[in-house]
Write a protein that binds this ligand. Structure first.
Ligand code: 4AZ
Length: 246
């Protein structure tokens, strides 16, 4: 997260960190963010997941990315699904669903540090300028060599659709499956390593997962929004995958 502030995982208990096991170094490398939506189910973005064939692992409940914590819950990924219409060039349909591995049918156990986020109702409307929250362990500046040691959160507003166009994003295509959000102060934004993580907005006293961090033109550039996968367009994709693979 560029800008924003350091946070505690209890403020984003659905935030996941996705890592891949590298046999050569016998270590887990951080890849990107994810979002817990049910005990055994995590949403993330496609791009990173797909180029990292290997043993994926999901870490929940950690405030500090590299520090073990008594509140953490760690799972191997049993299987994952990439959206059938994912487009490698435009990042259209940038959504992946991960099933956590468990022998007992229960994976993540709810606690102050680990809690699934709500998906929006199919008809929910989130008006332009709604203030929402993003989070992740990604970079604090576009060209920083390091990911953040600690989970961060940032505040962004939903952009009017008429401004969410390729002219604001170095000419790259924006589709109906994407939404734009940004900070009116040009400060907070998602950055490298945050993709797959949450954009949540409050509605009726609950946090709803409105977007998945997907792409952008740099991090926190003036008048340039971050681009998010529009989660509400995928509610039936998500529920049918879960239903047929429980
Ligand atoms: C990334 O590379 C990334 N400023 C995600 C979001 C944004 C930029 C880069 C938006 O994961």
């Amino acid at each position: 997260i560029r800008g924003g502030q350091v946070s505690d995982i209890r403020e984003q208990p659905w935030q996941a960190a996705i890592t891949v096991y590298r046999p050569r170094s016998q270590s887990h490398n951080f890849l990107c963010g994810g979002v817990l939506i049910e005990s055994c189910w995590v949403l993330s973005a496609v791009f990173i997941i797909r180029y990292n064939a290997g043993r994926l692992r999901v870490t929940l409940g950690r405030t500090f990315r590299l520090q073990n914590s008594s509140s953490e819950q760690i799972f191997d990924v049993e299987k994952y699904w990439i959206h059938e219409q994912y487009n490698d060039e435009t990042y259209d349909n940038d959504i992946a669903l991960l099933k956590l591995s468990s022998d007992v049918g229960i994976c993540a156990v709810s606690s102050p540090e680990v809690l699934p986020v709500c998906l929006p109702d199919p008809g929910a409307v989130f008006p332009e300028q709604t203030e929402c929250e993003i989070s992740g362990y990604g970079k604090e500046e576009e060209f920083s060599p390091f990911y953040s040691d600690r989970v961060k959160q940032g505040h962004v507003r939903l952009w009017p659709e008429k401004n969410c166009v390729s002219e604001k994003l170095s000419g790259r295509l924006v589709t109906k499956n994407m939404l734009c959000a940004g900070d009116t102060r040009n400060r907070d934004d998602a950055c490298k390593g945050d993709s797959g993580g949450p954009l949540v907005c409050q509605k009726d006293g609950r946090m709803n997962l409105v977007g998945l961090i997907s792409w952008g033109d740099g991090c926190g550039k003036k008048d340039t929004p971050g681009v998010y996968t529009r989660v509400i367009n995928y509610l039936s994709w998500i529920s049918s995958k879960i239903r047929s693979n429980r």
